[in-house]
Design a protein. Structure first.
Length: 154
């Protein structure tokens, strides 16, 4: 089955929009370095997942059709992974992601359009790391990619 340019363009626009939003929001830095999960506000509206914390002025919005269903239907439940595991995997996934952004002739620049600024010195909290990790898992499965040498598993 051949995909026409319109369909390809439509899919790529969704991916780019999602990545732009996630990347821009993750890249927001602050002088405050710790966040507790009790200060995060998580809301879900159809295919949009939003995490906000007014104390350190960040907001993560993940808009990708299917991610919300994946998160609530297939992803491991909150508490399954430790926070340190999520932080470690997110650091590796972000490093690999950013490496791919810098190699547009080797990796699809429509999938890896912009770098993500994930600062390992900022404690984003469990919820943020949980959602980012699961987005990376969803992305790998949905777009048939493999980041950082780990086979994505649910």
């Amino acid at each position: 089955m051949k995909i026409n340019n319109f369909e390809k363009s439509f899919v790529m626009k969704k991916v780019v929009t999602t990545l732009l939003i996630v990347g821009l929001i993750i890249s927001c830095n602050s002088t405050q370095k710790t966040v507790t999960d009790s200060t995060n506000v998580v809301t879900k509206t159809s295919d949009t997942v939003r995490i906000a914390n007014d104390e350190i002025e960040y907001e993560v919005i993940i808009i990708d059709p299917g991610f919300s269903s994946f998160l609530y239907g297939q992803a491991r439940p909150r508490g399954y992974y430790s926070e340190s595991f999520l932080e470690q995997r997110n650091r590796l996934y972000v490093m690999e992601w950013n490496s791919r952004v810098l190699q547009p002739t080797r990796f699809d620049p429509n999938l890896y359009e912009m770098q993500i600024d994930y600062d390992p010195n900022i404690h984003y909290g469990y919820e943020v790391n949980y959602l980012i990790y699961n987005y990376f898992i969803y992305f790998q499965i949905h777009y048939k990619q493999q980041l950082a040498g780990f086979v994505p598993r649910i």
